[in-house]
Design a protein around this ligand. Structure first.
Ligand SMILES: [Zn+2]
Length: 198
């Protein structure tokens, strides 16, 4: 099975990144989600404060990555270009994102990238750093992050699990308020939420 879809916005001559990565869920963090998926650019609505938060993270020295489960793709609900059109609109509104990773799979596809699995985060880390976490032990200790400031922002436990698996600081938000809800904690270098994946 193919892995996640990666949309990469890095210069050709980009050197390996040694700084922190902010892994962000999309729906409920940057834009409002929908039980019926966001199916077109027209349905995309940013959550207030999301653009300012992403801009601030960039100023703080983070590479910005979106990691989003979008099983509508494997369900066959969309044309292949739909995800790219939605992400073009998102970046028009919020600014360019370094890497966008999309898992197109359903639960029953049993892939390694659908959150709570950390495959998208690891693919982003490989893309930016040339290294990542090679395995996950859900019953062990939380692994050490590659960079101590790595963080994951999401509205669901599955986001927190995926971030836990790469040792990231975890910031869970309400889907109504999105990333703006935790921006000040991130600015303060808060150690993140306590979370156990099992
Ligand atoms: Zn997947």
């Amino acid at each position: 099975m193919k892995g996640p879809i990666l949309e990469i916005n890095l210069p050709e001559d980009a050197v390996k990144w040694s700084g922190p990565i902010a892994y962000l869920d999309r729906d409920g963090v940057l834009n409002y989600g929908s039980p019926n998926y966001i199916n077109s650019p027209e349905e995309l609505r940013l959550i207030p404060g999301a653009k300012e938060a992403v801009t601030k993270l960039r100023e703080l020295g983070y590479k910005i990555a979106i990691t989003t489960n979008q099983s509508a793709i494997m369900r066959g609900l969309w044309e292949d270009d739909t995800i790219h059109e939605i992400h073009a609109k998102l970046q028009q509104e919020i600014g360019q994102i370094d890497v966008i990773a999309t898992c197109p799979h359903r639960n029953r596809d049993k892939c390694n990238c659908r959150k709570p699995m950390p495959g998208m985060l690891n693919a982003v880390s490989e893309t930016l750093r040339g290294r990542s976490h090679s395995s996950v032990n859900w019953y062990g200790q939380k692994p050490l992050p590659i960079n101590q400031f790595d963080l994951m922002v999401g509205d669901r436990d599955s986001d927190m699990s995926a971030g836990w698996a790469v040792g990231a600081r975890l910031f869970q938000v309400d889907e109504k308020y999105g990333i703006a809800e935790v921006l000040q904690r991130i600015i303060n270098n808060d150690s993140g939420d306590d979370f156990s994946p099992v």
